[in-house]
Write a protein that binds this ligand. Structure first.
Ligand code: FAD
Length: 321
């Protein structure tokens, strides 16, 4: 049975988060020939709406307001609620990002709907959408079906490939007027703490440092390796607690959950709470001087050695490629 699926696009600093396009590809899988409608909320959206069409949305509904210039829970919930009332979709997909994780449960509870969060894959099974999500810190996967009502799902970045951008795709864009009122949140300043321009949760390569880095200044060698690979730098909580880097870089159970193509774990032991945030990485490389370190149990490739020797050598070799 074909369905109408609404995909909520997310823009940061004037650019799409890639998970928005991944969500369009996922929506196409479950729409079963039905319509995929993109939606974008913001102050000025301009040509960005068309990008969703080039990545596979059939059409896009935008809500523009100066009150949507920055994300606020109340502003986005009101705007999205209006789009849902207008479109009346069967399903709504958002990225499993800070915004998606905040707004999806708010609106789902307002609409008395079901929500499946942190989805890594989804499929149609005889007209029902089956969502798969990791549980027990990534040690197992559960399959979920929402049997009635509107279905909300947040999609973990880097799990479902986006469709190729296709200039020949076309579709309509329409703007919806929504009066955004009673905002209780005022954003005074946005502070960014990522070491490189690459977003950690969407990076395809992550170089993560642990307590073995021994000092804040030594993260420079990780930044250099990450730069050469076009990746981002992450960290264990051990490194954050030791004040070698900001908590924004923490990966794990109480940090960010990442699924890069390549995860290079440097001088971190592989505690279960860290592994919870990165075990679904496609290829894991561990560098540790202790051959018994737990990280080697989940690594695809292990290098036993002193990170201060190994990391600069790797960087030099990658520079040659
Ligand atoms: P360590 O365990 O001290 O490991 C350092 C490693 O560096 C060692 O394996 C050592 O052999 C290696 N090393 C040292 N020097 C060198 C060298 N020169 N060359 C090569 N290798 C070297 N942790 C997280 O990471 N993320 C979380 O989200 C998280 N959440 C938690 C939640 C709770 C409720 C609790 C209780 C803990 C949580 N932790 C989390 C902490 C976790 O249990 C570990 O304490 C932490 O991950 C350890 O960090 P680490 O691996 O950097 O340090």
């Amino acid at each position: 049975m074909s369905k109408k699926i609404l995909v909520v696009g997310e823009i940061r600093d004037g650019e799409f988060r890639n998970v928005s396009f991944e969500a369009i590809a996922a929506a196409k899988q479950i729409a079963d020939g039905g319509e995929v409608v993109g939606t974008l909320l913001g102050e000025t959206i301009g040509d960005l709406a068309n990008e969703m069409i080039l990545y596979g949305a059939d059409r896009v509904v935008t809500v523009e307001s100066d009150k949507l210039a920055q994300y606020t829970p109340e502003g986005y919930t009101q705007a999205l609620h209006a789009v849902v009332e207008k479109e009346n979709p069967e399903g709504i997909l958002l990225g499993h990002t800070s915004i998606g994780r905040d707004v999806a449960p708010k609106l789902a509870s307002r609409l008395k709907s079901g929500l499946v969060s942190d989805v890594v894959s989804m499929e149609n099974d005889q007209g029902e959408t089956v969502f798969t999500r990791p549980i027990y810190s990534g040690k197992a996967f559960e399959k979920k079906v929402i049997e009635s009502g509107l279905v909300f799902a947040t999609l973990r970045p880097n799990n479902i490939p986006a469709l190729e951008r296709d200039e020949s795709r076309s579709g309509g864009t329409e703007s919806l007027d929504v009066e955004i009122k009673d905002l209780q949140t005022i954003i005074k300043e946005v502070v960014k703490n990522t070491a490189s321009g690459v977003d950690l949760s969407e990076a395809s390569v992550i170089v993560a440092g642990g307590r073995g880095m021994k000092g804040e200044e030594n993260f420079a060698i990780l930044n250099e390796l990450a730069d050469v690979l076009g990746g981002a730098v992450g960290a264990s909580r051990g490194a954050c607690d030791a004040e070698y880097c900001d908590y924004a870089l923490q990966i794990g159970q109480t940090g960010k959950v990442v699924t890069p193509d390549l995860y290079i774990a440097v001088g971190l032991s592989g505690a279960i709470q860290h592994v919870a945030g990165m075990s679904n990485s496609k290829v894991i490389v561990a560098i540790n001087k202790d051959p018994e370190a737990e990280i080697f149990q989940i690594a695809d490739y292990g290098i036993v050695g002193d990170l201060f020797d190994v990391v600069p050598k790797l960087t030099d070799e990658f520079k040659k490629v």
